[in-house]
Design a protein around this ligand. Structure first.
Ligand code: SF4
Length: 157
């Protein structure tokens, strides 16, 4: 790891991490559905493999639930997670539009995925306003990334 001259990691952290470190990121859980079976999966029984939506710990039944939660914490950004968010690509795009339209383009949005999205899907996400994407390839792919769909996706991103 590297540190800057002041002994801080800040210079090297992506914008999404800096916002998160300030406690200014809302966590938007867009579905509990996921096709992976990671042994370390941290999802609770209330969420795992259930098509439920939460903004932080608030159950979401309408767009206004998401906006109210973001306002209540003065969110400067949102991290989109699940489950596997990209199983619900249109839902993700809807929320990116909703948040950017309400809070402006500086509302920073990043997304986690364990999939290797296609170039088209990446373009749709970028066009909607997604600022950052975090790839979490499954453990079985870690030693064979070269030539894999994950390598192509990373390169396209
Ligand atoms: S990809 Fe994430 S949500 Fe899916 S099983 Fe693994 S840790 Fe759980």
């Amino acid at each position: 790891m590297q540190v800057d001259e002041s002994g801080s990691y800040s210079t090297f952290l992506p914008d999404g991490c800096l916002c998160c470190r300030k406690g200014a990121k809302m966590v938007l859980f867009v579905t509990g559905i996921c096709r992976k079976t990671c042994f370390f999966c941290p999802l609770s029984v209330e969420r795992k493999n259930k098509d439920v939506i939460f903004a932080n710990e608030r159950a979401v039944y309408s767009d206004s639930d998401v906006l109210e939660e973001a306002r209540s914490m003065n969110a400067e950004g949102t991290g989109i997670t699940g489950g596997e968010p990209l199983l619900e690509l249109e839902r993700v795009i809807h929320y990116i539009h909703l948040l950017k339209n309400e809070f402006g383009k500086n509302h920073h949005i990043h997304l986690y995925t364990s999939t290797a999205p296609s170039e088209n899907d990446l373009k749709e996400l970028a066009d909607a306003g997604l600022d950052e994407i975090r790839f979490h390839p499954p453990i079985e792919i870690w030693k064979k990334m070269s030539g894999s769909s994950y390598e192509k996706s990373l390169s396209a991103a």
